[in-house]
Design a protein around this ligand. Sequence first.
Ligand code: DGL
Length: 275
Amino acid sequence: MTAEPLSANWPIGVFDSGVGGLSILSALQTQLPDETFLYLADSAFAPYGERDEEFVLQRSLAALHILNEQHPIKALVIACNTATALAIHVLRQQHPDLPIFGVEPAVKPAAAQSRTQRVGVIATAGTLGSQKFADLLSGLGTDTKVITQACDGLAEAIEQQWQQPHNPAVRGLCETYLGRMGRFGSGPGELDTLVLGCTHYPFAKKELLAVTGPHVQLFETGAPVARRVQQILLERQLLSQGTVGKLSLMATGETQNLQQAAKHWLSMQTQVLSV
Ligand code: DGL
């Protein structure tokens, strides 16, 4: 990594195992329209969610390296709950001067909102099994019951979703996993909030709400993370000045999912570079 001081004109790097991080990128672009973003989908090594800690750590280090090779970056957003849970502490240790932001399941705001005091959290096995998630739960300090469910295969199904709108695989997995968590609704003992603890899941909102019913409140993390990035870049005088925001999309493996997902979900017609 470069020893040069960070420059406000450099881009912000963003990565995920695949298309899920677009849900975070979209919030970042809304909050920071003048910034340039480099987005990397580590598609050759996706999914991360059912891999071990060492694998996710090595891929996260590689992702930062690949982004920096394209152009030095002034900040990194790990747009992946699994990589945040398993790797952010090492990335921060190794790159102490680079502002590094992660995402974590929005359990606290969901617990504060829940009237039935029953919060559901869906995420990958890697996120839910991590020490970071255990610490998040033990720091909650509330009587609210948190019901967690790992959704193996759901991120992968969402990754392919653009190929077949209303993909029955996504709907089927949502039914199976949510069905294991208990009853959703606003009555006593029912789950009235659902935390989307994987950045892919906002792209299955329709399918999730079809199972929970429309009144269950879904929690995601894009907007709060984007506000935090803005605040820290402002404090460090790293916000870009008077430039027009640009976007580069890259993928380590196949590029079609990202290309189509960006077009389908974010109306972006950007060509994906294979890296
Ligand atoms: N989007 C990632 C997350 O937020 C994980 C998806 C995967 O690769 O399993 O956890």
